[in-house]
Design a protein around this ligand. Sequence first.
Ligand code: NAD
Length: 317
Amino acid sequence: MKILVTGGAGFIGSHVVDGYIKEGHDVVVVDNLCTGKLSNLNPKARFYLMDIRSEDLRKVFEIEKPDIVNHHAAQISVPDSVRNPSLDADINIMGLLNILDNSVRFHVKKFIFISTGGAVYGETEDIPTPESTLPQPMSPYAITKLCSEHYIRFYNHHYGLDYTILRYANIYGARQIPHAEAGVVSIFINTLKEGKVPVIYHYPEEPDGMTRDYCYVSDVVKANQLVLTRGSSEIINIGTSVETTTGELYRMILNIMREHGYAKEAIFDTPEKGPARPGDLRRSALSIEKAKSLLGWTPEYDLYRGLRETVKAELQG
Ligand SMILES: NC(=O)c1ccc[n+]([C@@H]2O[C@H](COP(=O)([O-])OP(=O)(O)OC[C@H]3O[C@@H](n4cnc5c(N)ncnc54)[C@H](O)[C@@H]3O)[C@@H](O)[C@H]2O)c1
């Protein structure tokens, strides 16, 4: 199959590109490199340095005529979306519509969209959160992701464009950038590598920090491979259902860094504490029953194993 991956030079998108190429697919990447890197890019992918909002995107579709579009490109920073909601909406909504219009015009068979289970549900008691929970987005980033889901359903009803929407938990792994949703993994590793003590943000009643559902990027790649042929017209969570506090995450990373000779001193045992930042959710973990039943997908990496791989890659890179 010919697959166009937007954001294919970014953290998750570049792993997805590698996974598709490994399966023998022909892959085209559109990325403006605003956070992505050329060094992430698989040399077997054809690359167009382009903004997803550009009128020239039409030419890419005309030349390449992809069977599948996998849309990973986005403004991904929650704090940036709070500071500049217009820019967030411009990239995440106007960019999406440009890709959707071209997908319809050039008869794309399926549209895979990456949404966020870590943000769209907002503060909920329903944990692990199933897809049926009413989303209550608390940031412009989460709002534009939820709004995108509605546009995609409209393009499906109106034009018959097939789709699968994946709502990711907090994804971590090699090539991760610090300001993404699970950026804390990269921040802890790099702060310890520099010999500094990291800060754990927390609410007063939860001294060990907020909880998140950390999912390893190789498992996410597998889900993107499965939805090429499964999960039509569905919204599907991708995570682990396991809640981990920031403190637990820190202690795991500290242990692994110590195995590599870093952060041996006792000062690293007691990280600094800071107040939760505006918009920080207290708890987050996703139900993955739907991914199991519809895609036959389960995560293979537990957190410790995934973190070991991530630390190894970060220290080599
Ligand atoms: N990292 C996570 O934990 C997480 C969780 C939920 C959802 N997501 C979603 O996964 C996707 C990938 O995120 P990531 O963490 O790999 O971030 P990333 O910043 O590494 O990847 C985004 C890519 O999109 C590109 N891009 C951004 N704006 C663009 C534009 N206007 N035109 C063309 N290219 C553009 C960037 O250069 C980058 O290569 C995003 O849609 C994000 O919202 C990520």
